[in-house]
Design a protein around this ligand. Structure first.
Ligand code: DGL
Length: 267
């Protein structure tokens, strides 16, 4: 699994719950996070470099946990590697298309994810008559990392971002960013009982489970699985933030040095 930083640990956590026998390799590009405000070309180049590192560890399938990286790079990377690639956008989009009563679906994410229109296209692919309303909510990333997931600052921010979507009558809201599951309690309170929240992390873990079964790639449950964690930088209170996202301390985190690909050549 690859993410721009620690946010993907929410997806890893969902994978642990859904696929407890699978060994995992997690790479967080903490030296270059955030990906949200960066150009599609830069995110594609970073993603190729990260994928090369993860593949060299002999993985049988790859989850791109970062919504921004999925939006800008999943299709290209999937065409370049010979293992299954699962992004977080399609699982969340499919779930939203399925659960929405009226077809009025809100999507929130980073600027990069929202401006790419990837969620909107995916939702319309699953449900052509859907009306998708999107909004970039960049401050949610900082709030989640700071641990400000409730209280007046978080609530005011959430209302400022979400009120315009609610005014457009959405009945479903896709949490299209790795960090947003940490704000789930607050977001649920702000949108109220009539709006369903769709968490891409849980939907992705369910998709990964289906894929491993279909491809007969499931691990045997005969030994405790090994979990490896790599980051490109471990400063900035990384360990505390990461533990909050994973819901447990990360053990034996290693520093990854990525081979850079300045020319943006193929992975
Ligand atoms: N992982 C990113 C995402 O899900 C959020 C953090 C970032 O901007 O890199 O879009």
């Amino acid at each position: 699994m690859f993410d721009s930083g620690v946010g993907g640990l929410t997806v890893l956590r969902a994978i642990y719950e859904r696929l407890p026998d699978e060994a995992t390799v997690y790479l967080g590009d903490t030296a270059r996070v955030p990906y949200g405000p960066k150009s599609p070309e830069t995110v594609l180049r970073y993603t190729r470099e990260a994928v090369r590192f993860v593949r060299a560890r002999g993985v049988k399938a790859l989850v791109i946990a970062c919504n921004t990286a999925t939006a800008h790079a999943a299709e290209a990377v999937a065409a370049e590697v010979d293992i299954p690639v699962i992004g977080v956008v399609d699982p969340g989009a499919r779930e939203a298309a399925r659960v929405s009563r009226s077809g009025a679906i809100g999507v929130i994410g980073t600027r990069g994810t929202i401006e790419s229109g990837t969620y909107e296209r995916a939702i319309l692919g699953f449900r052509p008559e859907a009306r998708v309303r999107s909004r970039a909510c960049p401050l949610f990333v900082a709030l989640a990392e700071e641990g400000w997931v409730s209280g007046p600052v978080a609530e005011l921010t959430a209302r400022a971002y979400l009120d315009p979507l609610l005014e457009q009558g959405i009945d479903t809201l896709v949490l299209g960013c790795t960090h947003y599951p940490l704000l789930r309690g607050l977001l649920a309170q702000v949108v109220g009982d009539d709006v369903r929240l769709v968490d891409s992390a849980a939907a992705t873990a369910a998709d990964a489970a289906r894929l491993l079964e279909a491809e007969e790639l499931e691990a045997a449950a005969d030994a405790p699985p090994r979990h490896e964690y790599y980051v490109t930088d471990d400063g900035g209170g990384f360990a505390d933030i990461a533990a909050r996202f994973l819901g447990a301390p990360l053990r034996h985190v290693q520093r990854a040095v990525l081979e850079t690909d300045e020319a943006g050549r193929e992975a």
